[in-house]
Write a protein that binds this ligand. Structure first.
Ligand SMILES: NC(=O)C1=CN([C@@H]2O[C@H](COP(=O)(O)OP(=O)(O)OC[C@H]3O[C@@H](n4cnc5c(N)ncnc54)[C@H](OP(=O)(O)O)[C@@H]3O)[C@@H](O)[C@H]2O)C=CC1
Ligand SMILES: O=C(CO)COP(=O)(O)O
Ligand SMILES: [Zn+2]
Length: 350
């Protein structure tokens, strides 16, 4: 008997383009939501775009979050209970979007994502990534009901945050390789659609790498569309598998071992060079990944990440210890081999 079921949750409205922030009210109107919105933001996006958002709604409330933590989710949930919003509007980078995503889930309301930086694909996905002590939790939640990505605003955001978004997309190459490996060796559920979409998204970004430049709205357009596709791939898969493999495990370990030194996207980009080498050896695509990252001004070495060689090696040798996700690093890599791959790829110096 055929008993397979799939439940794909996707945003209903995705609006990307020039000055679309001013169409937020209309896009939200099409969702037939009721009640007042609670705008969840952080200081900088609130300064940049808070008033433009508030002007489009009757009686909006605002909560400004300052860090991404479970306490911040609890605080926001408490604030929201007092405000009794019909829905949340997350305005900003990954921090307010992740917090709003989880709080919306706790409150049983929907949320709309209004990214002000194109820093990673969490701005459109149904997962939050929250650090706690020595570990980091990837928490499932519903994806946004709508995504409103204003390319005018995104093109003005700090360039390094955009290059981090690009690198997060490039890392999809190795994430999909890990997923396929897990299917072959552990029979994990694999979606051809999600795998192909994720890979194609990375390819499109690399093909357009020469037109991704600071301050250009066209560049913000290419990057944010790629982030949306990657988020959709995760929604189809029902997990972050299409966009998160061993390179993300290494990055999560770097967050713990060398906190706040580099951006998520930059870390997964460098880690992707390493895991591609591990998958395919010296003749694989690791140099192509490195060159694409370099073309996009993203880091390609531990030094460019601001991370010590020893920290990089510690993250690589311990990445398999976190999370039950089969990858090329299953069983771990010893220090000698880690130094060899990091040296061969030029990520650490000889
Ligand atoms: N859900 C997921 O899959 C993932 C989630 N994450 C999470 O996302 C967060 C990191 O994402 P990131 O986007 O870097 O986080 P932030 O939201 O902290 O944004 C990065 C910085 O950019 C500032 N900023 C936001 N918009 C603008 C703008 N338009 N112009 C200038 N500055 C701006 C912010 O200001 P301010 O300091 O005032 O907020 C902040 O300093 C972490 O909490 C991480 O755990 C990371 C990867 C994946
Ligand atoms: O960053 C992500 C995808 O790019 C999400 O990955 P995690 O599930 O590893 O947090
Ligand atoms: Zn990522």
């Amino acid at each position: 008997m055929f008993e397979k079921t799939t439940w794909i949750k996707l945003p209903r409205n995705v609006l990307v383009g020039h000055d679309v922030l001013d169409d937020l009210g209309e896009a939200v109107g099409e969702l037939y939501l009721t009640g007042r919105p609670l705008i969840v933001t952080s200081p900088t996006p609130n300064d940049i775009a808070g008033d433009r958002v508030r002007a489009q709604f009757d009686d909006p409330a605002t909560a400004v979050v300052r860090d991404a933590s479970f306490e911040a989710v609890e605080d926001l949930t408490e604030t929201a209970e007092a405000v009794d919003p019909g829905y949340l509007i997350a305005l900003g980078g990954g921090k307010p979007i992740d917090i709003a995503k989880m709080a919306a889930d706790h409150l049983g309301v929907g949320f709309v994502s209004v990214p002000t930086v194109a820093s990673h694909d969490g701005i459109v996905s149904g997962r939050s990534s929250i650090p706690e002590g020595d570990t980091r939790h990837s928490v499932a939640a519903d994806p946004p009901l709508a995504v409103i990505a204003d390319t005018t605003l995104l093109a003005e955001a700090p360039w390094r945050l955009t290059t981090a978004g690009c690198a997060d997309i490039i890392s999809n190459y190795t994430a999909v390789k890990d997923w396929r490996l897990a299917r072959r060796l552990r029979n994990v559920e694999y979606s051809e659609y999600a795998g192909a979409l994720s890979e194609m998204t990375a390819e499109l970004l690399v093909e357009n790498a020469d037109m991704i430049r600071p301050g250009l709205e066209e560049s913000a357009w290419v990057v944010v569309k790629a982030l949306v596709s990657s988020g959709v791939a995760m929604s189809i898969a029902g997990s972050s598998r299409p966009a998160s493999g061993a390179e993300h495990l290494i990055s999560h370990q770097l967050d713990r071992i060398a906190p706040d030194k580099a951006l998520h996207g930059h870390q997964v980009g460098v880690a992707s060079i390493l895991t591609e080498y591990l998958h395919s050896g010296e003749n694989g695509q690791w140099a192509a990944i490195r060159d694409a990252l370099a073309e996009l001004d993203a880091p390609t070495t531990a030094a460019e990440l601001g991370v010590d060689d020893a920290e990089l090696i510690a993250a690589l040798t311990s990445a398999h210890e976190i999370r039950d996700r089969y990858t090329i690093l299953q069983g771990g890599i010893n220090e000698e081999a880690a130094v060899e791959v990091a040296t061969a790829t030029g990520i650490i110096e000889e």
